[in-house]
Every structure is written in structure tokens, then in C-alpha cells.
Design a protein around this ligand. Sequence first.
Ligand code: B3K
Ligand code: ZN
Length: 890
Amino acid sequence: MREATAVVIRREDYAPPPYWIRTVELTFDLDPAKTIVTSRMQIERNEAVPAQPLKLHGEDLNLLRVLANGESVSFRHEDGCLVIDNPPPAPFTLEVRNTCAPEKNTQLSGLYTSGGGFFTQCEAQGFRRITYFLDRPDVMSVYTVTLRADKAKYPVLLSNGNLIEQGDLEGGRHYAKWHDPFPKPSYLFALVAANLVCREQKIRARSGREHLLQVYVRAGDLDKTEHAMRSLMASIAWDEARFGLSLDLDRFMIVAVSDFNMGAMENKGLNIFNTKYVLANPATATDTDYSGIESVVGHEYFHNWTGNRVTCRDWFQLSLKEGLTVFRDQEFSQDLAGSPSARAVKRIDDVRLLRQHQFPEDAGPMAHPVRPDSYVAIDNFYTATVYDKGAEVVRMMQTLVGREGFARGMTLYFQRHDGQAVTCDDFAQAIADANPGSPLAERLEQFKRWYSQAGTPRVTSRGHYNAETQTYTLELSQHCPPTPGQADKQPFVIPVAMGLIGRDGLPLPLQLVGESAPVGTDRVLVLHEATQRYEFVGLEVEPVPSLLRGFSAPVVLEDTLSDAELLILLAHDCDPFNRWEAGQRLALNRLLAAIKGDGRLHLDEPFLDAMKAVLHHPALDPAFKELVLTLPSESYIAEQLEQVDPQRIHTVRETMRLQLAQCLHADWEWAFEHHQVQGGYSPEPGQAGRRALANLALGYLCLAAAEKNLPVWPGKAYQRFKDATNMTDRLGALAALVGAHHDLAEVALERFHQMFKDEALVIDKWFALQATAPEKEGRVFTRVKQLMAHPDFSLRNPNRARSLINALCFSNPAAFHRADAAGYVFWADRVLELDAINPQLAARLARALDRWKQLAEPYRSAAREAIARVAAKAELSDDVREIVTRALAE
Ligand code: B3K
Ligand code: ZN
């Protein structure tokens, strides 16, 4: 907790470290109340920079002694650092001994206790909460770690690398010594000491090398580790096949812990995971959970190369590892999904997330470039921009150089930088250098504006058909709205994948003026000027343009397509992404017209027929149909408006949901009956798609029934809830009842809680489902407040806190944005309460009001007041202060 004078860290101030720490030997005497840490460091001068005092970072530590070359040495404390003004001539050995208090560490950064065990989280700056160190990613050291602890309480002692020694000690204690041969930055250090069991698997890689894979969990959870292990094996095989990158360690461990601030952490050889991204069996986990586990296991594994072997020079370069690794995990899941349609479903899911989280971020007070220029609390910059927009930037590079060209670029990147701490520039340079003559290499400096300019570019398209000359002129323009601190933007390099479609829905051959013959039916236009024109020739009829196929750039496309043209795209586009997009646009047009108009909405036949046609289409996958028939979210609708009245959006969207439910009633019945899964559960995309569509149908059927008070479908839903043999169907049925506010929902909720009271991750779902139910007469908000007092609720467990509070504030706009401001009062209270426990979590919640300026009155003033109340608190973490200060800035 600090007073208002937060220090701003700037990218332009980067300076190389004055010292290197080549090796470090750590010894831990583990005790929850007082752990003693002894660190012996081999320190060298960095001859490239002038001599300076040695400053080691430290936070919340109790220093016991400091020895240089075994002798005492004078030191002082400054800004939380341990400073040695006159160290002995380098190289020298520095020994530091200190204590820390893991059981008091509610921030979950550094060394902490959870469920009776010890765990660490060091990224970004947690290592300094364990011992004094040069806690920055460009200082890489070889670690040898000895753990000593009570043997009965902590039978498992783990750290990075290889186990080189273990044995018993006096007093019922034991020890283990680990050595990691790879030099690494301190943020990749990890230890675990706990009572755990593990699933093991030996594998032989392509190279012939043997590896031991282990997944550690608490004793009762072993039956939930199969999917994580399978995902790990699939990740290893994929990285070898796609990028020629193999596992460089004899032993690779995953440990699950139930108190964890984010999804997982890629510590070298010892990944630590939130239980949410490890534990799954059909009875407790949904299809979405299964695919989340696959992605996150893949993501952390892929970091072993992109992040660990080549790491970041400084934290401004975070997207170097995160954007690239998200791109890699997205590609992995797509490749695993297999069919073109299943790949498209994954792409649509990823784009939906980007639009839901990153677009609003880019339009709000926290807008920052993929490579930020400054920060106060680095933990606030683990954002959708750094991760997901960062991944889109890497994807655009792949689009511009081709898939093979990109793989060549990756190979060159590792040839050049293996073992180094580098920058985003180094990465882009390697991809470009491996692809001379490509549009990326030709415009590399301009392309890199994606790293330096914040904001979501708008691309406007205008088409003009000349029947006489049979030419179609496509004019593309770009502009990017200002963001805080960046008023003027220069044009980006924007790959626009596209095709033209005939009125009959067939793809048309593409020939630009000046070309001797048509080449294919799709291509990538590279927009790099403010405005460019493309003239297509040889077109006998006016085409329908299909632009930004596969969402080839993270931009907002503004075109003038009519409903008739959108209907053609929805029915025929060979690009599944744009087919889905056309359906969303048709729905959005109707929603926005009602919201901006008198609020009334009456769904027209062409729209309803188009939706029915998708639903009954013989060739489309159920998973894809489910995506088309799911309406744009309330927050996505809000992003399309200048002034947002969340209640009005909710009312109009609910009206549309009800009409879809009623007008397509027979179709939903058909969909539900015809998409039952026979046979045993598997999370594979085919089965999951059928379940998703059946659950969507059931939701609509219960909604329609509730409106007319008809008992059949709620009764069926309740029956399905009881009989379900997997969590996807059980939760789907429960959600259908809760979503319709049916009386049976209460009975089912009670029963669900009773069934799963010992399964923490399922109880999280139970809280979240109630917090995200469609608001009706304030019931949901009231329920959330009651649930805060439920014996199972706790602010200290991040998953539980998020399942209730973040679920309400981020995922239920109509329950949160209340005319009486009670939602905002609730939010401010929780932010302050959480900040005293866990600032990272509090700062995340603080972002729920990022877009307050966009709200209509009375919401706007009330939201501002709530933010100001948080900001006025004298004792705030840097994390929360940075968020609310930015939110209130003009
Ligand atoms: N690298 C970690 C995130 C660390 C967050 C620190 N506040 C997980 C990941 O992206 O793989
Ligand atoms: Zn990551």
C-alpha cells in the first residue's frame, strides 16, 4: 500500500543491468509463518556499462544478513532496494539471508500457502518478495535450489529442472535439491512443497529422447488429470511437427493449485496452474472447460520456447512472448480441431473474445499499444491488448509471409536469439529477414506501428460497379481514433483477405486491372495508405464483396452492405467466418435500429427464414450453427453505440431472444431432439457442437414456455438436469431454467449445490450462473448480494471471488448498471475490500467501469462518483490507483 506518489516506469528509460548474476544457490527452510531463504549469488560486472552501486530488489522481506565473499559488507535500503555502494571487485560471491511469511501472503505473488502447501508465483515481480535479487527479465542465472520442510506435511518438494539429491533430515524433516541447467530470469523460478499425488507418463520424442511428464494434484483429484496429460502430450507433438521445436528437459511438471491469480504460469520445467485449467472429468467439467484446459496447457508448454528459451528484455516487450504464445496456442487448437468448419468455430470464438475484451480496452482509458510506453504497475499490463491483439499482430505477419514463410521466420528467430532476452523489434526483424520480398519485409517499419500505436483502426469500404465496363472498384480507407496520449495516428499495414461473390452465391474469379488473367477466387489486399482503390475486371454482374475473411486484421470494418447482400453472404460465403459475421450483422442491425428507435422490435420474415435455413442446413456443423444463432452480447452491442443505456440494450435484446424463441419454436424442438449425443462422453468438437446447439435450443424453449407459463419444456429441462451424465448437459439444463426465471430453477440450484458441494470448481460455476442470469426486476443483483454471505463464498480465493463479483460486474451489464447506482456502490466496496487482500485481483475488478464515459445519464454520473470514491481512498495499491487514475483522467 502506497500513498499517491506512484512511480511511472518508461520504456525509453531502459538501461542494461550494471551486474550479472551468473549462478544462484537458494536454500529454503520452509515454514508457513517464517521461511528462511539463503541465497548465494555469483556476481559479475556488466563491463558494457559504467560502474554503479549494486541495487537488489526486495519487497516485504525481513533481512537477516549480507556477506560479500564471506565477509560482512556495508549496505543500505533505498526505495525497497538493498543497496551495496562499494561491493568487492567482481566477480564476487554475495550471500543474503532473509525471511518471509508465506501464510500472510494474501496477494499470491511470491511464496504463499494454499490448501496447506507452499507455492510460488514470480512473474512479473514476485521473486523480489522471496529474496533480494536483480528481479528483471534480462538478468539470467543458473539456479540450484535446496528445499527443506516437514516430511509428513510436505512430502512432495519440487523446483525447476532436475532432481539431483534428496533425503531425510532430523526432526521429521526432509530435503530435495534441484538443478536447472538453463539460465533463466527470476520470473521463471518456482517451487512447490505440498501433499500431492501425480499422474505420470513417459514419452519418447521424435529425436528419440525420453521425457518424464507429471501432473501433480491433491489426492482426490487424480481422476481429473487425464485430459491435461493428453493435452500436454499433444502440445509436445504439435510443436515438433509445426515448428520443429522439441522439449529440452528430461522432466516436465504441471502442478495444480486452487488459489491462483490467473490461469497458469510457465516456470521452466515446473508449470504452476490454476486448478480450473487442469482438473476435468465429464461429471464436473464442461466442454468449454475441456477446451480451456487444452489451450492453457498448450500455451504454457509453448512458452518453453517462446518466453523461456528466448525471453523479454524488459516488461514493455511482454507481447514478444505473450502475443506470440497466444497465437501459437490458437493455431494449436485449430490444428487439433481438424475440419475446416471446426477450425472456423475456434477462430470465431477467438475473435469474439477479442471484440469483447480488447476492442473496449482500445476504446477506453486503459488503451495502450501492444508494446506499452509506460506503466505504474506492470501487472496491470497483462491485458487483452498485449495478449490477444498481440496475437493478431503475429497472425497478420503470418498472413503477409505465408504459413511456411512464418515457420522459416521462427527458425531464424531461434537461430539468432536462443538464450537471449530480446525485443519485439528483434522478432519482427527475424520474420521479415526470413522472407525477403514479402509485403512484410517491404513495409516492416510501417507494419511495426501495430506495436507502437494504440486504438482499433476503422476500415471503410465502398464498392462501385460499372455495368458497361464490367468493372468493380473497391475503395478501402483507414483511420484510427485517438487514444489517451496519442492524438494522431499514421496508417497501418492492414492485410485484407477477400473474395467477390455472385448474386447466386458462387465465388467469382479475381482479376485486377493490369493482370493478364484471373488468379483464384480469394486473395489478400495489403492496405497501407489512408485510401487505396482496387479495380476488378471481367465481372458480368455486380458482385457482393466478402472482406476481411477469417478476420484477417484486428480492425472494425465499416461497409455499406445491404440486408440483401448480408443474406447472400450468410447463405453462401465460402469463408465461414464471414458467413457467421453476416448473421451477426443482420441481428445487430435489427437490435441497433430498435435501441436507437422507439425500442420496439419485430423480427421480419427474411431474417427468421435465414436463421431457420442455417439451423436446418445439411452441411453446416452444429457448433457453427450455435454460433450463428447466438445473439451479439450486450457489451458488444454497447460498443456499437455512442451513448449507452444498458437497461435499454438489455430490454431490446431480451425481446429479440423471446421472439427468436417463439417464432422458431418448432425449429428449436427439432434442434433439441436431433442433436442428442449417443454413447460415451468425449470433449471432441463434433460431440461438443451437438451439445452446444441442443443446450441453446433448450434455453430458447424454456424461455418461450416461461412466457406462457407452459410446463412441458421446463419439466423436460429439469429431467435432463437430473439425468445428465456430463456437466455440459447438466449445467446447460440448469442454465435454461435459471435463464427463464422458472420456479424449478430454485429446486435445481439447491440440488446442484448439494451434489457438488465438495467440488470447488463446480461451486464456482454455481455462483457464476446465478450472477450472470438475465436480469429481471433486480432479482439477480439482490441474489448476488445474498450470495456474498453464503458460507461457501470467500474473497480470498480468486476463482470464487471472480465467480460472483467479476461475473456480475463484467458479464451482466443489466444487473450491474442500475439506475439507483447500487451496482456501482457494490463495485466500489468490493474493489476497496479486495485491494487490502489482493491488489492484482482488485485492479482487475476496478476495470469494470473503464467505459463509464460512454454511459448515458444517470449511469454516467453515478459511475464517476463510484470511481472517485475509490480514488479518494488514501491507502491504495499502485495497481488500483493506476486504474482509477486513468479512468478519471480527462
Ligand atoms: N505468464 C503468465 C502470466 C503472469 C501474470 C502475472 N501477473 C501466464 C501466461 O501468460 O502464460
Ligand atoms: Zn502466456
